[in-house]
Design a binder for this molecule. Structure first.
Ligand code: ADP
Ligand code: NI
Length: 217
């Protein structure tokens, strides 16, 4: 059984921390990931407390917005969980989830594995695809002042994490470089099923986008 007090306090803590976050990483992203994670957890044998804490804290201090420092998130999460007298085993597990959850390349060698990490990772990936994923991608592209699309710039799957972050890759390319690849990276059965539907929705969006681009509709 999860201690509802701990979860409620974690929700308040995360909401406050993310008060000024940009649209793709705000509290509502966390809320969607939390809901996805609970849905997926229903079909799995897992530690529900770890899944909930992992989902709520997974983006607590995204390195993209802290000049690339990847130690900030785990530190902030640890301090909070210690202040709530959470057991060291649970803290360590949640920190492992924060460290390993992101799909954004670079950290391709996974240093840890657990069903709870698999669930939170699937939940986070689901929020990067489908209608919400499309909205987040264009929001991020706008934040980076990138073009929507440029037929002369082909998608490039070979860029390093650093190159990718600093490139002026049009947002449509991000679909081929990341988003359309996610359905085959899902860990859980529930995650795979939902991803398949959202993948199909993105394919429809792209077909419509090119048709409109070419003045065909
Ligand atoms: P998360 O923090 O959820 O693990 P990221 O920080 O990598 O994932 O990305 C956050 C959101 O920004 C995702 O929806 C992702 O698709 C989007 N995003 C990241 N990089 C790009 C990009 N180059 N172009 C468009 N969208 C991007
Ligand atoms: Ni996230």
């Amino acid at each position: 059984m999860t201690n509802p007090d701990l979860i409620n306090k974690t929700i308040l803590f995360v909401k406050e921390k993310l008060a000024n976050a940009e649209g793709g990483h705000d509290w509502f992203h966390i809320q969607r990931v939390y809901k996805n994670a609970l849905l997926i957890a229903n079909g799995e044998t897992c530690d529900e407390t770890v899944v909930k804490l992992g989902a709520l804290l997974h983006d607590i201090a995204d390195s993209k917005f802290h000049s690339g420092d990847e130690t900030v998130g785990p530190k902030v999460a640890r301090e909070f969980l210690e202040s709530e007298s959470v057991s060291e085993a649970v803290i360590t597990h949640v920190i492992q989830i924060i460290d390993n959850v992101s799909f954004k390349g670079g950290k391709t060698e996974k240093t840890f594995s657990s069903i709870e990490l698999d669930i939170v990772q699937d939940a986070d990936r689901l929020d990067a695809i489908g209608a919400i994923g499309i909205a987040r991608a264009f929001n991020y592209g706008g934040f980076k002042n990138r073009a929507l699309y440029n037929p002369q710039i082909a998608p490039n799957l070979q860029m390093s994490k650093e190159e990718y972050k600093n490139s002026q890759t049009p947002t449509i390319n991000h679909f081929y470089e990341k988003l359309l690849l996610l359905k085959d990276k899902m860990n859980t059965e529930t995650g795979k099923q939902i991803a398949q539907e959202r993948h199909h929705y993105m394919q429809g969006f792209l077909a419509q986008f090119y048709a409109e681009w070419d003045g065909e509709l």
